[in-house]
Design a protein around this ligand. Sequence first.
Ligand SMILES: [Fe+2]
Length: 276
Amino acid sequence: MNTKTCHIYIDNKPYEFNVKGEFFWGKEELLYNKTNSVLSKMPWENQGFKVVTAFINDEFERLKKSLTQNIVDAIKANNIAFKESEFTLDKYHEVVNTDHLHNQVINLTRNLENKDFDFNIDTLAQRFGDILGYRLTSWVEELQKSHIQIRISRPNSLDINPPHRDGYLSYWEDIINVWIPIEGCNENSSLPVCSGSHLIPENDILRTESKGAEINGNIYYVPCILETKSGSIKMIRPNPKQGEALIFTPFLIHGAAVNNNKDITRVSLELRFPRV
Ligand SMILES: [Fe+2]
């Protein structure tokens, strides 16, 4: 395995981190389906992403409360000493203060299901389906479950996945990606995307295989995209606000969500809705 340095730009600022893996350039093909994708009807199809309204009334607060409770439960299950009544998500890193403990916590939070959260995932599927003009479902047939994933990124950490496309995995080919900010998501920490990158053909992409990239000791399911024919990947943070969501095609390059806030943990929720 080779170790390479991934150089990227986020809002014009350079970042670099090491990735272990075998890298290759792809075939001469475009994986994004220009004639029939979940974005086909959207005027912003060529950008590949959009910030939209996700929640109304008290929906966001209820979701956040239940999500916080799940994290509190995971901290307790690991016998980590803390004052539950004073716990807030933004100070997570003060309670879960080592990589080891953090990995134990996310081992529990990565197995959560629909029933663990106080929100209606099918209402959201319908809402985004109405925006896109297609019927969406929360059920992922190939996985036989819904996909709900909490992402926790501590400040000054490498709690990031590499720049990648989810669409390389067969069960994510025909879906809409949904990224929801919960806590500590702002211009310093929000999920970066590479605008228009779903239209880059494979022969212009240098990447690893699935489960073939390791950052800071963590192996990722998704392939790491190291660079394109035009050089380092240039990303922006669309930065959706509380109650909004970032929706995007699974072929859009995204990730490397470095948390640059000095003392705030970032928490987000990631959903994926297949087309019916
Ligand atoms: Fe992703």
